[in-house]
Design a protein around this ligand. Structure first.
Ligand code: MG
Length: 233
């Protein structure tokens, strides 16, 4: 199947991050430590954070991280994330998956519109785009800022809708595909009424499968290259 427009998640979809659960848990741990003197909650507790959606503030309060402005939390989190990426990218520990450039080149060659829709801070997304020379591939990029962007973050469909609007995309006569490795990518895409492709890569990220997800992917692939020859799920 062929689409007019391809939207990509960044982390763990285009960008390889070694051991993502550990990577992001470390950042979460350090961020919590920064804001409370009462110690960091155990790992099982911290794992709840990633699934808490807009309830994350309640969870932080439970852990004695009480802030007037929760953007402060994300600013600290992002600063740590940025610090690690700047360390790991030059070392090659964080890198593009090996099939990314091939796929982007193929799609660009046939005139597809390409965009990134990421829940990572916009300045970090920009850093990655620049480091890996990806500027000329993407017509639009969505990353989070510290205004109302948390409300536009996936699984909300609003970030995707905003990007489609900027691309002059018309649902009535065009088709779009969101490709991502997470349940939030799939939910956001389906709620925005576009096609959704779950990219599994080599991780067993969802060992229990995804049949109980509220929104089902239209396609499931192991490697990104497969989007060039997609068949319905
Ligand atoms: Mg991802």
């Amino acid at each position: 199947m062929n689409f007019d427009c391809y939207l990509f998640d960044l982390d763990n979809s285009l960008l390889y991050i070694p051991n993502p659960p550990e990577y992001f848990d470390n950042i979460l741990k350090e961020t919590i430590e920064f804001f409370t003197k009462h110690g960091v909650p155990p790992r099982e507790q911290r794992n709840r954070f990633w699934l808490s959606g807009d309830q994350y503030k309640a969870l932080l309060k439970e852990w004695d991280v009480i802030l007037e402005d929760y953007n402060e939390f994300w600013e600290k989190f992002d600063a740590l994330d940025f610090k690690f990426r700047k360390e790991f990218v030059p070392q090659g520990k964080i890198r593009l998956f090996s099939d990314v450039l091939l796929v982007l080149n193929e799609l660009m060659k046939v005139g597809k519109k390409l965009a990134i829709v990421s829940n990572t801070a916009r300045y970090i997304v920009d850093y990655i785009i620049k480091e890996f020379d990806l500027e000329h591939y993407f017509d639009e990029i969505f990353g989070l800022g510290y205004g109302n962007e948390q409300d536009l973050a996936k699984p909300s469909p609003e970030g995707i809708k905003m990007i489609l609007h900027k691309l002059d995309f018309n649902l009535a006569d065009s088709t779009a595909l969101m490709i991502g490795d997470s349940v939030v990518d799939i939910s956001a895409a389906k709620r925005a009424n576009i096609h959704a492709c779950l990219l599994k890569r080599d991780f067993e990220k969802y060992p229990d499968g995804y049949s109980d997800w509220e929104h089902q992917p239209d396609f499931v692939i192991e490697q990104l290259e497969e989007i060039l020859t997609l068949k319905p799920n």
